[in-house]
Structures are given as C-alpha cells and as structure tokens.
Design a protein around this ligand. Structure first.
Ligand code: 5GP
Ligand code: ZN
Length: 113
C-alpha cells in the first residue's frame, strides 16, 4: 500500500474535499489554503516530480490544464488566478506526487518569495 499522502487521497483512504475528478485527474481543496480559493490538481498516477514526466505521462499535464480551465470557469474565476507547480527543494515541493496549486480570490503578488 502506498505511503504517499496524495495517493491515499486518490484511493479515498483519507478524506479530502474533492472539487473535480475524472479518469486521470483529481482536484481537491488544500488543507492549509493561502488564498480564498486554493485547490490542488494531481494526476491519479503517482509521479514524484515534474522531472519524472516522460513520453508516456506528459499528456497528464495537458489533462490537468483542461481540468483547471473547467474548474476555473465553474467557480467564476474570470478575474484571474495563478497556477503553480513546485518542483524539488528549490521549488519548495513538500509532497512528492506531482500537483499544481490553483490560487485565486485575491490579488496575488509577484515575484514570489
Ligand atoms: P507543495 O509545497 O508540495 O507544493 O504543496 C503541498 C500542499 O499540499 C500544501 O499546500 C499542503 O497544505 C497540502 N497538503 C498536504 N497534506 C495535505 C492533505 O492531507 N490534504 C490536503 N487537502 N492538502 C494537503
Ligand atoms: Zn502518490
């Protein structure tokens, strides 16, 4: 059985507030939101980091973007949002299962810290 927290969320072994699901993609609310809307988009398949994508799995990034656009429109985020993918130590990645943060609901600063 996987020890990965996001695999456990995919397998419904631990609860999450799911906002979107299809065959390959799951989206759920972040446990510690840093914006009024903070949703995580993940491939259901366990892939540790963006650097581990290959020709077999790179289509999942496109599928995640399709899901992001669908959810953003459903939630009425026309004012804008930010989509962030943290990779490895310098990117600030803490959970090693690819995920993108959808942040919205306030004006976000740039550049990030
Ligand atoms: P990272 O720093 O790896 O890009 O972001 C990991 C994110 O996962 C953090 O924003 C953190 O709040 C979120 N997170 C960690 N554990 C859980 C969990 O069990 N459930 C949910 N919904 N979010 C989690
Ligand atoms: Zn995983």
């Amino acid at each position: 059985m996987s020890e990965c927290i996001f695999c456990k969320i995919v397998n419904k072994e631990i609860p999450s507030d799911i906002v979107y699901e299809d065959e390959n993609v799951l989206a759920f609310k972040d446990l510690n939101p840093v914006a009024p809307t903070h949703i995580l988009f993940i491939p259901k398949k366990h892939i540790p980091t963006l650097l581990d994508l290959d020709s077999e799995t790179q289509h999942l990034v496109g599928e995640i973007h399709r899901a992001v656009v669908y959810v953003a429109k459903e939630l009425g985020l026309e004012k804008g949002f930010r989509l962030v993918g943290n990779c490895n130590e310098h990117g600030g990645q803490e959970v090693f299962h690819i995920h993108y943060h959808l942040l919205a609901g306030r004006e976000l600063q740039w550049p990030p810290g």
